[in-house]
Design a protein. Structure first.
Length: 365
């Protein structure tokens, strides 16, 4: 069971959950996670990895083949979706086009029965929360994509759920609006103080919003960690390669002594890397592109290898430089464009690629 490192009480406990579909398709395999109350938690992985299936199990739209899900201390195995203390924002938003914004937000309160006298005030409160005060009489057709997404959020929040589930809520937005809405979702979650669980395949989205991230691949839980730990200290080749960009190297473990692991890397020779414990068996090494630097001479205090510049890709804030050695080893280096002059200066020909040994990740599967 992966628990919150800060010791906060869990509001969600996923205990050994597996899910199989007809035809022998296993979507989830023995998933166990605890999500803390008030946490912004992300389920991250490539398409088809099982993350949306897990979200639908939390919502009650799917039943696990094995295992249990507890929400707010209650076993949800036999609880219908409309009786769970959760609400869900779907990828398509599912806003009713024939209703006004206010009517969309009020819909869940009206079909839920009970006293209707306080509904208008709660709708206004929800619209203010998502910064749509004064939009209640508008039609969804009069809204932008970002505004429509906020209506869906207001409709989910107006019922004051204990947990809000979000299934790829930003996927329909353009890149600039996605970035703005990421900040809006974080602000909103901090304001309402409830637990958010978001499904995404976008690594940057998860890194920028979540308190913790669960990486799922082929139905298996690979790692649960904070964004910083996940990026800087991935525990497997898949996580290292999936989160951001990475230079991966294979080699033979020559042994660990005196806090240094020696690896004979294919095509590069021996690398001596700092290590905290004894490491046995095959290992992989990895270095983030932004940890690497380019030199016109061989530096003395770093691992350094001569390479030829093959391609340069200017991307505004950074320039990606692709290089190769005579032995067929490829490097990708990210050069920060700290000034206009730096952006205009491009490496070419033969250069030295270098990095500090401590910036080398040791990967064991």
């Amino acid at each position: 069971m992966v628990r919150d490192p800060h010791g906060r009480p869990p509001i969600i406990s996923i205990n050994g959950v597996s899910k199989s579909f007809p035809g022998g398709v296993q979507a989830l395999a023995d998933i166990s996670i605890e999500v803390a109350e008030g946490e912004f938690f992300a389920l991250l992985g490539p398409s088809g990895c099982g993350k949306t299936t897990l979200l639908r199990i939390l919502a009650g739209f799917e039943t696990p083949s094995k295992g249990d899900v507890f929400i707010d201390g209650r076993n949800m195995s036999r609880v219908a979706p409309n009786h769970r203390p959760v609400n869900m924002v779907f990828q398509s938003y599912a806003v009713f086009p024939h209703m006004t914004v206010a009517e969309n937000v009020a819909y869940g309160l009206k079909v839920g029965g009970g006293d209707r006298s306080g509904i208008p005030a709660r709708v206004e409160e929800a619209l203010e929360l998502v910064r749509l005060a004064g939009y209640g009489d508008r039609s969804p057709q009069q809204l932008s994509g970002g505004q429509t997404q906020r209506v869906a959020l207001a409709r989910a929040l107006v019922k004051k759920p204990r947990v809000l589930l979000l299934d790829e809520p930003l996927s329909a937005l353009d890149a600039k609006l996605r970035e703005a809405m990421q900040l809006e979702l974080v602000r909103l979650q901090e304001t309402v103080g409830i637990t958010f669980v978001i499904v995404t395949h976008d690594q940057n989205e998860a890194l920028s919003m979540a308190d913790r991230i669960a990486v799922i691949e082929q139905g298996r839980l690979l790692q649960v960690a904070s964004p910083l730990e996940l990026y800087e200290y991935p525990t497997s080749r898949f996580v290292a390669d999936f989160i951001g960009k990475m230079n991966l190297f294979e080699g033979t473990n020559l042994g660990c002594a005196g806090g240094v692991l020696s690896v004979n890397v294919n095509g590069l020779g021996r690398m001596d890397i700092p290590c905290e414990d004894n490491i046995e068996g095959d290992v992989g090494l990895a270095v983030r592109p932004e940890k690497m630097l380019l030199y016109d001479h061989r530096p003395d205090d770093r691992l350094a290898y001569e390479a030829i510049v093959d391609k340069i890709a200017y991307q505004g804030s950074e320039t990606r430089v692709f290089l190769s050695t005579g032995d067929g080893i490829n490097f990708e280096v990210s050069v920060r464009n700290a000034s206009r002059r730096a952006a205009a200066e491009s490496a070419s020909g033969s250069v030295w690629v270098a990095w500090h040994p401590a910036d080398t990740l040791i990967l064991r599967d």
